[in-house]
Write a protein that binds this ligand. Structure first.
Ligand SMILES: Nc1ncnc2c1ncn2[C@@H]1O[C@H](COP(=O)(O)OP(=O)(O)OP(=O)(O)O)[C@@H](O)[C@H]1O
Ligand SMILES: [Mg+2]
Length: 266
């Protein structure tokens, strides 16, 4: 049985007071006969971590790809700072200051870590020469900040990295370039305890810089620890949202499984 109380919408922002840095409104996206998103909405605010949770297949990654220029929605709107935007590819999102760590990573395996970090944004010494040394220096500094203990030479292709090391390269890249919104789809899933701690620290740092942080995770204690707000998706739509302190693990599980909702869905 579902208990729905639409009058109570605790995770919703106070009306009129704040504009979301990134918002999805009633997004619909189908893949053939699979309706991955059926009117999905989402909001993330500046200087806050918004966690997006939901069961496998709930549509989280699809929604993130719709908000970062990978997929164009069949219907619905994406807004940045309250203005509707059209993004045809991730470079359009990057132009709006939005960087994403995808669950399926999207690194170039044959390139080294620094080349991946600077892919499409290479530093140049002269017009045609890339400044490899400076790109490696900045990448190494960024890895150091993240606590990425890459034993290998920075010149080896990332294909030879472990899953967790590749994840760290993708996170470092996003953290270096994001100026407005950083979206991380299960960034800690492949990481060990120490690197997970570093990613959570990085999230704090990025939030303190005033960015909106979107964080997908199945680790509910981790979500409760780091998130200012939590939005729950189920079957391609938002079913609940909570502010910090309003949810606990049981309530999140109830929302994820459909036993609880505080949002009316289409
Ligand atoms: N490229 C695609 N082609 C076909 N179907 C897809 C595609 N991407 C996602 N889907 C389908 O859309 C639905 C939502 O998938 P999505 O990856 O967004 O879920 P998710 O919430 O990220 O799940 P998980 O927690 O497992 O990562 C699933 O039924 C999935 O099979
Ligand atoms: Mg996913």
């Amino acid at each position: 049985m579902t208990s729905t109380d639409p009058s109570m919408n605790p995770g919703a922002p106070a009306t009129g007071s704040r504009v979301a840095a990134l918002e999805a409104r009633s997004i619909v996206k189908s893949f053939g006969t699979v309706r991955a998103l059926r009117g999905a909405s989402f909001e993330a605010y500046p200087g806050e971590v918004t966690a997006l949770v939901g069961d496998n297949g709930a549509g989280k990654s699809t929604l993130i790809k719709a908000m970062s220029g990978v997929y164009s929605p069949d219907a619905g709107e994406i807004l940045v700072d309250g203005n509707a935007v059209r993004m045809s590819n991730p470079l359009d999102a990057a132009g709006l200051g939005i960087e994403t760590v995808y669950q399926d990573l999207a690194l170039a395996p044959d390139l080294d870590a620094a080349a991946n970090v600077f892919l499409g944004r290479e530093l140049r010494r002269l017009r045609f020469l890339t400044d490899q040394a400076e790109m490696r220096r900045q990448t190494a500094a960024s890895f150091k900040m993240l606590g990425v203990g890459l034993v290998q030479d920075l010149r080896v292709p990332v294909a030879s990295f472990s899953g967790g090391q590749r994840q760290s390269v993708a996170i470092a890249r996003a953290a270096m370039w994001a100026s407005h919104v950083i979206i991380m789809d299960e960034p800690t899933a492949a990481l060990g305890v120490i690197q997970t701690g570093k990613v959570l620290e990085l999230i704090d740092t990025v939030r303190a810089r005033g960015l909106a942080v979107v964080f997908v995770s199945h680790n509910l204690p981790e979500v409760l620890q780091v998130a200012d707000r939590i939005e729950v998706m189920r079957l391609g739509a938002r079913v609940a949202r909570f502010r910090r302190g309003e949810a606990d693990v049981d309530r999140l599980i109830a929302s994820i499984s459909g036993a609880y909702a505080n949002e009316v869905t289409a």
